[in-house]
Write a protein that binds this ligand. Structure first.
Ligand SMILES: O=P(O)(O)OC[C@H]1O[C@H](OP(=O)(O)OP(=O)(O)O)[C@H](O)[C@@H]1O
Ligand code: HPA
Length: 180
């Protein structure tokens, strides 16, 4: 692994492909143990989570379903602020064990705005699996049930994460080199 340049910025290797896969296998093993017999519904939030979702799901050995949604945020009126709606969520969550799949919880804003919509449907359990989180960046507290890595507050790239549309196809995770 070496430094990569995407658009105008340089990124250094941060988490290798093997380390990623080993950690995701550990998360899957824990989920296999915790949710056996519950036939959980995994909801992966696009775009960024597609690599994490695909790999984690392949390591599951229990009965499980998966669905993909896209969140769209737009400016509301001053009184409502940003509103996040889901495109593509067809399943009825009532009484289900639901696991949200995210590549990264950064400020927590996305999930903070979206989770109430899911809770409204009264799932039996609403769990969160996130590959990455940046504790120093978290503004909206989110309880992550299955966490891959806690990382410093630096911009990351690769394994689904993009910089202005590019870099999602890198099989490992890179960190922005500041002032490069
Ligand atoms: O905790 P937050 O500060 O809300 O950041 C996390 C969100 O940001 C990224 O999505 P993004 O909106 O960049 O869209 P993308 O997945 O299509 O890249 C990521 O996939 C999370 O959904
Ligand atoms: O560090 C990041 N990299 C790419 N996309 C992101 N979305 C939230 N945080 C990040």
């Amino acid at each position: 692994m070496s430094v990569v340049k995407v658009h105008d910025k340089e990124f250094q290797p941060y988490i290798g492909a093997t380390e990623l896969q080993l950690r995701i296998q550990e998360l899957a093993a824990q989920i296999n143990k915790d949710l056996a017999g519950e036939r959980p519904l995994f909801i992966a939030i696009l775009n960024g989570s597609f690599c994490f979702a695909a790999d984690l799901f392949k390591y599951l050995t229990i009965d499980a379903e998966i669905s993909f949604i896209k969140l769209v945020s737009y400016k509301g009126t001053k009184s409502t602020g940003n509103v996040v709606t889901a495109i593509g969520l067809d399943e009825d969550l009532y009484g289900r064990t639901v696991v949200i799949l995210e590549d990264i919880v950064d400020t927590g804003k996305t999930l903070n705005q979206f989770l109430p919509q899911l809770e409204h449907q009264q799932p039996k359990k609403l769990l969160i699996a996130a590959l990455l989180t940046k504790p120093e960046a978290l503004v909206y507290p989110i309880k992550i049930d299955y966490l891959g890595f806690s990382v410093p507050n630096k911009f990351l790239l690769g394994y689904g994460l993009d910089y202005d549309g590019l870099g999602r196809n890198l099989p490992e995770i890179y960190q922005l080199i500041e002032n490069a």
